[in-house]
Design a protein around this ligand. Structure first.
Ligand SMILES: *Cc1c(COP(=O)(O)O)cnc(C)c1O
Length: 961
């Protein structure tokens, strides 16, 4: 096995033997034979290239980066060059505390990233001039789809009754946004009308809303205020795709009637990465705050009244609402939103205005210089883009040819007489002069000096932003690098990440994100490639993606892979759309029933509904397995309309069900397809595969199984793998010529988020077939070791036929609660006092904790975790025995921040030492939660999702709504 694999895997040979002995297995293979049914085992090794050492990999991936060619690129279209401030690269992007942390469900140990995301939300509300914003969506195009769906779902009763189902969309919207809107509209029965919008085209009897772009895809800034007014008067809503940087200079849509403003925050310091990952933003008015998709960070307080942040309105999420959910988004783009938020903190309003002004001024210079030479510029009011018509003496081919030789990319259109140039933060005066020289030089061989045209602001009056923005303290405090570095550090210290201790979140696979895998993230060969450059300029990326797709196809046992979906849930949606289109292609379009086991992850039913399917829930038996008889009955009942089953394997209960082959057979017999949720691939790689089991489609969460870090809630990559008969239906992309087949796009960028793919590529290349297979086995050993250690106290909810769990297990807490009132949440919060992040709480079974250790944790760490859980168990027993008070005890009062422990007035019925240092080793690496238990309900009743002055906490006013 490769040395890298040995270092990726936590336990060494000695620890492995000790653990095998403890679980009562004679060897690792013996354990695997007990855990995994023989009928689905892979009978050969994975066919992958030999494992590389870390040095070999760095050389390989360095060569790949070098085969991407960096041109000066002025394509625009929602993607711009930007300077990522070094202080953010070094302290955030390359800092494992920021990139390895999880989605901040456990608020008390996540206050740092919650504050960073609150900064992002605040910045978005300030720039857009709308009061509510979320903490990111996947990309601009899917944000447009979320806007469309939100307007559709919030139609008035009369609109629903009279069948108002059309959305008016301005035709001057990015083509990729248009494509994703088209994909997402069809299954929901939404009709899209793409037009050049004007007041008289909006028809209140047909349209529920309108979507426009500002500045539009031609770079033109249009006055939509009259349009918005007329839409409102007809009971409709207006959603606006906006450029965040432009809003520092131009009137924000919130001031002229927008109900929703969305777009990409990429140019706020997030590299191009050949398309992603980037954070989309989404803002809306008070009226729609409870319909806002995605995660919202809200301000609340802890039980001591101290200000505390947490994710708000969790009850609207798909985990709770399932098939009634209005959005399937789960993993978003937290790390990128964090970076964009810090970019705002670093520059402040003043800095942003300065950058925007420079961009605009250079665009004006370019426009004036071109016009001076008789080149006709078509836009009148613009921010950063000029669109010009080619002079007669010039052909687009000649110009393109010449520019390519000078390593310059402009935007070319289907209409060969048009050319677009978008200026960005990195454009210098000499860059602009060079463009002018080349273009005008081809017209009459003379040029002009751009310095002759140095107007700062060429906008018509009504477009100039007059309102102040970002006046909050946080955007005006950190101008020196010392202060900025310390601010980032201050936030970082409030968060538990993998840099502190094991994060045992079941279903989330928080494994090592190795340093070598991540190096490429800041290499210019990967960062500086625009998604719509000619493919020849991205040869490195394509080499990497082709190999990666082949490796993932081999690992899943399926025929082909699309890397386009940006998250697991986006993969689910893409996979279901593939199935839907496949049925349609065989004149079976009426097949629209998705069978989904009751234990499924909440995104499954939500994605099925987004894909226009009807969800039929299949029961699970008391052992946690799919109730095969119920499945058979339901498949029979819906035989004619059966589209697919969505099944997770091993099940979300952490068990390799031996009935899985039978399940697949039943579905196929009734003409359905098997969709496998691949979130649990960490228990399959090298040992079995979706292909062997009988799946037709599966998604993978590269941010779980394949080492991409979670980033505090994103980025994610959710590729889908499909069987041979579905290859032709994989997602295409309208902007890229050779990607025009298949279903229409599910993401803005043709290959989703290529920027983070070197991580998964590195993981597979350095692990090799043997290492990957060993990792799977060790993940299963680690889980079974924990199960054996914990089963006598808590009890393990489900196990397979031989009493073994898969790579995760469910810890029973319900009996304890019945006896003592101590709940799984109390246990989760108490773990923080011991320095641990909680396991997954109340999923997939209420009243339980789901633990997944992964292969990366050593026996030593597992033992500490067991110690902590056993000590907590003893604390619960003290309550049961009446030694500790039922309501006032270490568990109910957990976690204990230093502020609470270090006081002169300590009135708890237990000692401070027990509160803060419950076990000896806790002292050595003490993590102090920043706040005490957070009051979720209070925050939801008083929803605030922007930075507020501290004073507002002193006299909270309780408002019900
Ligand atoms: C994580 C997960 C998902 C959703 O993946 P995202 O990337 O968060 O969208 C779906 N199903 C299961 C079982 C999961 O664990």
């Amino acid at each position: 096995m490769s040395q890298f694999a040995e270092r990726h895997i936590g336990p060494d040979a000695r620890e492995t033997d000790l653990m095998l002995e403890r679980v009562g297995a004679s060897s690792l293979d013996d354990l695997i034979n007990q855990a995994i049914p023989d009928g689905i085992r892979m009978k050969r090794e994975l066919n992958l290239s030999p494992a590389l050492t870390e040095q070999e990999f760095l050389q390989r991936v360095g060569g790949i980066a070098a085969r991407n060619e960096i041109f000066r690129t002025y394509i625009g279209m929602g993607y711009y060059n930007t300077f990522t401030p070094s202080v953010i690269i070094r302290n955030v992007l390359e800092n494992p505390v920021w990139y390895t942390s999880y989605t901040p469900y456990q608020a008390e140990i996540s206050q740092g990233r919650l504050e960073a995301l609150l900064n992002f939300q605040t910045m978005v509300t300030e720039l857009t001039a709308l009061p509510m914003a979320n903490a990111s969506l996947l990309d601009e195009a899917t944000a447009a789809a979320e806007a469309m769906i939100m307007m559709f779902n919030t139609r008035s009763r009369e609109q629903v009754k009279s069948g108002v189902d059309a959305c008016l969309v301005d035709e001057h919207i990015w083509p990729q946004t248009r494509a994703v809107l088209e994909t997402r509209a069809v299954p929901l029965g939404i009709k899209l009308e793409f037009v050049e919008v004007s007041n008289n085209l909006y028809d209140g009897a047909r349209h529920f809303g309108a979507i426009v772009q500002y500045p539009d895809s031609r770079g033109e800034i249009r006055d939509f205020s009259g349009f918005a007014e007329s839409v409102h008067s007809l009971g409709g809503r207006v959603a606006v795709a906006a450029d965040l940087l432009s809003l520092a200079l131009i009137t924000p849509p919130g001031e002229w009637g927008a109900d929703i403003v969305f777009g990409s925050s990429q140019r706020f310091g997030v590299p191009l990465y050949y398309g992603g990952p980037h954070a989309a933003f989404f803002a809306t008015t008070e009226a729609y705050k409870r319909s806002l998709p995605g995660r919202i960070i809200g301000v609340s307080k802890d039980v001591t009244g101290y200000p505390a942040l947490r994710m708000a309105l969790q009850t609207r999420e798909q985990h709770i609402k399932r098939e009634k959910a209005t959005s399937n988004i789960c993993t978003a783009q937290a790390l990128l939103a964090t970076m964009a938020g810090f970019y705002g903190v670093w520059h402040g309003a003043e800095g942003l205005r300065e950058i925007a002004t420079r961009v605009h001024k250079q665009t004006v210079q370019l426009q004036r210089a071109l016009e001076n030479k008789g080149v006709k510029v078509l836009n009148r009011n613009f921010f950063d883009t000029v669109l010009f018509g080619l002079p007669k003496q010039l052909t687009v081919d000649a110009l393109r040819e010449k520019l390519l030789r000078r390593k310059i990319n402009l935007r070319y259109f289907d209409d060969p007489t048009l050319i677009g140039i978008s200026i960005d933060e990195t454009t210098s005066e000499s860059d602009v002069q060079e463009l002018v020289d080349i273009i005008t030089g081809m017209v009459d061989e003379t040029s002009v000096n751009i310095e002759d045209f140095s107007e700062d602001n060429a906008l018509e009056k009504q477009f100039i932003r007059k309102s102040a923005f970002m006046e909050q303290e946080v955007f005006n405090s950190y101008r020196s690098e010392t202060e900025m570095m310390r601010y980032i550090k201050r936030l970082e210290r409030k968060d538990i990440s993998l840099a502190h201790s094991m994060i045992s979140l079941g279903s989330c696979t928080m494994k090592l994100n190795a340093a070598s895998e991540l190096f490429g993230l800041t290499w210019p060969g990967f960062t500086s490639i625009h998604p719509f450059v000619p493919i020849e300029q991205a040869r490195g990326y394509h080499e990497l993606m082709d190999e990666l797709r082949a490796d993932l196809a081999e690992i899943t046992g399926l025929a082909d892979v699309s890397l386009q979906p940006n998250s697991g849930a986006a993969g689910e949606y893409a996979g279901l759309m593939v199935i839907r289109t496949y049925h349609e292609s065989r004149s079976q379009g009426h097949r629209n029933v998705a069978l989904i086991p009751s234990s499924a992850h909440g995104t499954n039913p939500a994605s099925a509904v987004m894909a226009g399917m009807k969800v039929v829930v299949v029961k699970c038996d008391d052992k946690g397995n799919i109730d095969v008889e119920d499945l058979r009955a339901k498949a029979e009942k819906h035989s004619d309309e059966l589209s697919c089953i969505m099944v997770t394997y091993p099940s979300t209960h952490g068990v390799f069900e031996s009935s899985i082959l039978e399940v697949c057979k039943i579905i196929h017999q009734h003409g359905g397809q098997v969709y496998m949720d691949g979130a649990n691939m960490n228990a399959q790689v090298g040992i079995t595969s979706p292909g062997i089991i009988g799946a037709d489609v599966c998604h993978l969460n590269l941010h779980k199984t394949f080492a991409i870090p979670h980033g505090g809630g994103g980025p994610g990559v959710g590729p889908i793998a499909v069987a041979e008969h579905l290859k032709g239906f994989l997602p295409g992309h309208t902007v890229i010529d050779n990607l025009r087949d298949g279903i229409s796009a599910v993401a803005a960028a043709p290959w989703g988020s290529p920027g983070v793919l070197p991580i998964t590529y590195g993981y597979i290349k350095m692990m090799g077939a043997e290492g990957l297979t060993k990792a799977t086995k060790m993940a299963i050993l680690n889980a079974n070791y924990l199960a054996v250690e914990l089963k006598d106290d808590y009890g393990i909810l489900y196990s397979g036929e031989n009493g073994r769990v898969g790579h995760e297990m469910i810890l029973e807490c319900r009996k304890l609660k019945a006896a003592t009132g101590i709940s799984e949440i109390d246990i989760a919060k108490r773990l923080m006092d011991y320095g641990y992040h909680a396991p997954t709480v109340s999923f997939p079974v209420h009243g339980t904790l789901m633990i997944e250790p992964t292969e990366s944790e050593s026996k030593e760490e597992l033992d500490r975790f067991v110690d902590a859980l056993k000590a907590i168990y003893a604390e619960v027993k003290e309550v049961e025995a009446g030694i500790a008070d039922r309501d006032n005890n270490v568990l109910k009062n957990a976690p204990h921040p230093d502020r609470v422990v270090v006081t002169d007035a300590w009135e708890k019925p237990y000692g401070r030492e027990k509160a803060a240092f419950p076990l000896a080793w806790v002292r050595e690496n003490k993590f102090w939660p920043a706040v005490a238990r957070v009051d979720d309900a209070w925050g939801d009743r008083n929803l605030v999702c922007t930075c507020e002055p501290m004073e507002s906490y002193e006299e909270p006013t309780e408002t019900e709504d």
